[in-house]
Design a protein around this ligand. Structure first.
Ligand code: AHR
Length: 492
């Protein structure tokens, strides 16, 4: 049996809604075919942006969207993406299949998308192959409210009023695709580039430095030591790869319990990574002024057979739903330091929440977890203690159940629970210490098979259902959590 104690009167901090952020790169069919179909498309659109996608993302309250990359960001030159479509240059997207980028989706289109989604824009600037002048001018073009050549150019391109831009990343993976730099060199470049990322016309930019890959603690140490005082956020990238990145990551749908177990174990590792990077940050920034921004996370498998290997298109199953829930539970636990996270990526790439094909759209199990967890956005994290039996497999053990709880502004308590075992149900006894609560309702996402997924032909195979496996008496909750399930309860 799993024992949980929730102290409903002990609040541990606000769960920043940006933890539920997204990432959209010019990669495969994320932008083109995913978000963007062009104004002349027969697919219903608003100035070229897909309507169905906007509606679906608004439903899950997408708070922030990172763009244009990824590796693409450090080869992107923003002036390519403004002005009349016919005069926008065609470039080779060297990172992602060498396809031709026609630059039809650029700055104006991105900001219009964010306005439609009511999401904060988060732009990644080009440090790897771009100049300081170029980066500085992009900020002026976007945010300056006055008579300058760049602001006038923006107006001539159809946008008189400046936009608000809060989040700006100074490069992406500069230890790898963003320039193969050493941390000392990047720290100096960061200090230099970020100086010229200016606040114009009352716009205040939150500057995010390129952070470590996975467990590169030395990168965090050097960055915090040399440049910590110049940044507002430090990024962290961590992907859940059941196999080996180079030798074979594993199939998205064709896997056994061994791969399931490995995936859960690797997803849980984000806890250790955040803990250890935070410990380094704490030494340089004990007030926790600098946010840890996990701006790329999610599962990464082998691409679907017969798809372009550079497009990173993969199916999304019940296993992915659990990976998402595990991450959210852990992000909540570290909400004092983790104040933004961005799943990679929103549409048609890696752990996508939406798949499209022509005019068709399907919502993945991961989408449904975002929907079930939106109640935690901006809520206060509650103190929660859990004693879970192990989920044992081949001599190894991980917790069978992970959980999180929060209280929203109306005093409603939401508890999310995941059962990582694909075979065993979990019995949970949860004591709610504090105010008297009398009613519980819930929603569940579960499946019969580990690889259950939604397709265009069968879009409702894995969808949330009403959950009646929870009861409450004298502030004691009893829950019967089916195997491989995610449940969100509301207690009032
Ligand atoms: O999300 C795909 C790629 O993974 C991104 O472009 C890069 O930043 C990371 O290595």
């Amino acid at each position: 049996m799993t024992e949980v104690i929730i102290n409903t009167d002990i609040r541990k901090g606000r769960i920043n809604r940006n933890i539920y952020g997204h990432f959209a790169e010019h990669l495969g069919r994320c932008i083109y075919g995913g978000f963007w179909v062009g104004k002349d498309s027969e697919i219903p659109n608003i100035n070229g942006i897909r309507k169905d996608v906007v509606e679906a993302l608004k439903e899950i309250k997408i708070p922030v969207l990172r763009w244009p990359g990824g590796c693409f960001a450090d080869e992107y030159h923003w002036k390519d993406g403004i002005g009349p479509y016919e005069s926008r240059p065609k470039r080779i997207n060297v990172h992602w299949g060498g396809v031709i980028e026609n630059n039809h989706f650029g700055t104006h289109e991105f900001f219009e998308l964010c306005e439609l989604l009511e999401a904060e824009p988060y732009i990644s600037g080009n440090v790897g192959s771009g100049t300081i002048q170029e980066m500085r001018e992009w900020i002026e073009y976007i945010t300056f409210d006055g008579e300058s050549t760049l602001a006038n150019l923006r107006a001539a391109n159809g946008r008189e009023k400046p936009w608000k831009l809060r989040y700006f990343g100074i490069g992406n993976e500069n230890w790898g695709c963003g320039g193969n730099m050493r941390p000392e060199y990047y720290a100096d470049l960061y200090r230099r580039y970020s100086t010229y990322v200016r606040d114009f016309s009352g716009n205040k930019i939150f500057k995010i430095a390129c952070g470590p890959n996975v467990d590169d603690y030395n990168w965090t140490e050097v960055l915090m030591r040399e440049a910590g005082r110049f940044m507002d956020g430090l990024s962290l990238h961590y992907y859940t790869i059941p196999g080996d990145f180079w030798l074979g990551k594993g199939s998205a749908t064709n896997f056994d319990e061994d791969e399931w177990f490995r995936t859960m174990k690797k997803a849980l590792r984000i806890d250790e990574l955040i803990t250890r990077h935070s410990a380094i940050m704490d030494r340089y920034d004990p007030e926790k002024r600098v946010a840890l921004v996990v701006d790329e996370w999610g599962t990464w498998y082998d691409v679907e057979p017969e798809t372009n290997p550079a497009f990173l298109y993969q199916q999304n199953t019940m296993r992915d739903a659990l990976v998402a829930a595990i991450h959210f539970n852990i992000f909540h636990k570290h909400c004092d330091r983790v104040r933004m996270a961005n799943i990679a990526q929103t549409i048609n790439v890696l752990q996508a929440v939406i798949h499209t094909e022509g005019s068709k759209m399907v919502l993945t199990p991961t989408y449904h977890v975002f929907n079930m967890y939106k109640v935690h956005q901006d809520a206060e994290l509650l103190d929660l203690n859990i004693k879970s039996p192990g989920y044992r497999y081949a001599g190894e053990s991980i917790p069978q159940v992970t959980a999180t709880a929060s209280v929203d502004k109306d005093g409603k308590i939401h508890i999310s629970l995941c059962n990582l075992s694909p075979k065993e149900p979990a019995i949970i006894e949860c004591e709610l210490r504090g105010e008297k609560k009398t009613k519980v309702t819930g929603t569940i996402l579960t499946a019969e098979e580990m690889n259950a997924h939604n397709t265009f032909e069968n879009p409702n195979k894995v969808v949330p259902q009403h959950f009646d496996g929870a009861s409450i008496k004298d502030n004691k909750l009893k829950v019967l959590l089916p195997a491989m399930s995610v449940v969100t309860l509301e207690v009032v």
